[in-house]
Design a protein around this ligand. Sequence first.
Ligand SMILES: C[S@@+](CC[C@H](N)C(=O)[O-])C[C@H]1O[C@@H](n2cnc3c(N)ncnc32)[C@H](O)[C@@H]1O
Length: 197
Amino acid sequence: MTLQVSLRNLCYSRKKCIVKKAKIVIDFFRGNYYNVNMNLNKFVTNDEYYTPECLINPIIDFLQDKIIALPFDTVESNYYKILKRKNIVKFIKYENLIKEKESYDIIVTNPPFSFKYEIIDTCYNTQKEFMLLMPTLALNYNSYLKKILDYKLKIILFSKKVKFLNKKKDAPFTCHYLHNLYALNDFLILNPEGEEK
Ligand SMILES: C[S@@+](CC[C@H](N)C(=O)[O-])C[C@H]1O[C@@H](n2cnc3c(N)ncnc32)[C@H](O)[C@@H]1O
């Protein structure tokens, strides 16, 4: 019985994987190379670190009355769970952020870090507000700093290292929000709840 059930699960996961790979091939032939890269990335790198509540609660006040686009989230995401309490939140596909820009006010998320430069470009090109959670290590890279200067972006730093959630093993990271919120200063420091990890 157990064996039967797990075999069925295995077949289901394999089927999902085959469907996903087929979609990537179709995207490729449609000339959507960027989308192909991002989707292939899911098979080769680990961008699966999920945001803990303590990095979302401190930004709620900046989002009052805004319609929030979540491009890299599901109903499992803490962004969705927390922000839907006070805001209208919409799952907008990353590829549609520009096309559907009239339907939201701000993009908020922890994006797949492997595509940080393309994602910053896309968010900037929407001409909407955005808040992207990024690892602080990025601030040591010339190309990242160039984006900040070129796009006149601002930074919210957190005063401690916190644990990001991963299906296999949680891991501590220092991080910051890269954003363009007109109402905020260029540089802010927030204090997440809880112990340093
Ligand atoms: C760093 S995780 C963060 C997830 C969630 N935003 C959070 O904060 O908990 C980035 C997520 O983006 C997903 N992702 C990568 N490429 C994507 C794409 N093209 N469209 C939608 N999601 C994508 C990854 O699978 C991963 O779950």
